[in-house]
Design a protein around this ligand. Structure first.
Ligand SMILES: Nc1nc2c(c(=O)[nH]1)N[C@H]1C(S)=C(S)[C@@H](COP(=O)(O)O)O[C@H]1N2
Ligand SMILES: [Mo]
Length: 315
């Protein structure tokens, strides 16, 4: 089995090497030389989804790019590592433990989720904090529907999320050099979690979610930087206090807990004013960047959640 090679991402579209190495430098440019395990599964099952009102008119990024240019450090820190190293990752059986400050804590099987929650197509922009972006046709359902099922208590103010820890199947979680502390964790305020734009995705492009994109279930919060979209979730916990979020904990001056896409607030080491839309022609030296929109273009829907916040500041 030969190692997968990306067919069509021009070098001009890849994050400038200096920035990329810089983001990794804080974690010690760890996982160099991680070995290929098993080639990715070739076929994904179709997944039924009804259309929704949340479908962008912008052209979706090619499926090839969406599924080969990934951040999923459990499988390695290079964009191509997740597809190359996630072939042996087992996403069945799979359960998600939903608990904490709820009236009805439960362990829910992924098959139950697929059966009980009607899946919708959501075409969203995705803006990585590294200043590249995509338009992704997700299949998923509102996180609010799952929260309703467990009945959050009045004392619940936040929702905490946790990714699976499986060093045997995730080469980024084993060996001498570990890029981060595991599990990868994230969190949202309860009102953000309940917002109709916030979904749990089980698929993309009308098919079951590929391993490298966070199978079998991942979070998608389209107005926030991509790192909030935690993958391969095994635990969801309602809490009273703000839960830890991996990037925020690792480097709080660079990655906020809120992490709302904000062109007015630069990353300390690069501008957030513009972005490179992966797959779109970008001219010489990766030029022709697009302007980044406040809240990633979802300000009309979500700005009200942050009425008291000074949007020129970093959160
Ligand atoms: N568990 C886990 N979730 C994760 C990450 C990760 O490394 N581990 N990377 C995040 C980052 S930085 C981004 S940009 C998105 C990328 O999602 P995609 O590969 O499906 O485009 O996943 C996020 N979720
Ligand atoms: Mo990201």
């Amino acid at each position: 089995m030969s190692r997968y090679r990306p067919p069509k991402i021009a070098s001009s579209e890849i994050m400038p090497q200096s920035l990329y190495i810089n983001r990794r430098s804080l974690i010690g440019a760890a996982a160099a030389g991680m070995a290929l395990t098993v080639a990715p599964k070739a076929f994904a099952a179709a997944i039924a989804a009804k259309p929704s009102q949340y479908v962008l008119t912008e052209k979706p990024t090619d499926k090839q790019d969406v599924t080969t240019y990934n951040n999923f450090y459990e499988f390695g820190t290079d964009k191509i590592d997740p597809i190359n190293n996630s072939g042996a990752f087992q996403t069945r059986p799979w359960t998600i433990e939903v608990g904490g400050l709820v009236a009805k804590p439960q362990v829910i099987d992924i098959e139950t989720i697929l059966k009980d929650f009607p899946m919708e197509e959501r075409v969203y922009r995705m803006r990585c904090v590294e200043a590249w972006s995509m338009v992704i046709p997700w299949v998923g359902f509102p996180l609010a529907s799952l929260l309703d099922r467990v009945e959050p208590l009045g004392s619940a103010k936040y929702v905490a999320f946790e990714t699976v820890v499986r060093p045997d199947e995730m080469p980024g979680q084993r060996g001498l050099f570990q890029p981060m502390k595991w599990p990868y964790v994230e969190g949202l305020r309860l009102d953000e979690a309940r917002h109709p734009l916030t979904i749990l995705a089980t698929g993309l492009y009308g098919e079951t979610l590929p391993n490298q994109n966070g199978a079998p279930l991942r979070l998608v919060v389209p107005w926030k930087y991509g790192f909030k979209g935690i993958k391969s979730i095994v635990r969801i916990t309602l809490t009273e206090k703000e839960p830890p979020a991996s990037w925020n904990v690792m480097q709080p001056s660079e990655y906020g807990f809120y992490a709302n896409v904000n062109p007015a607030v630069d990353h300390p080491r690069w501008s957030q004013a513009t972005e490179r839309r992966i797959g779109e022609s970008s001219g010489l030296f990766g030029g022709a960047r697009m302007k980044t929109l406040p809240f990633n273009g979802y300000a009309d829907e979500v700005a009200g959640l942050y009425a008291g916040m000074d949007l020129t500041k970093f959160y």
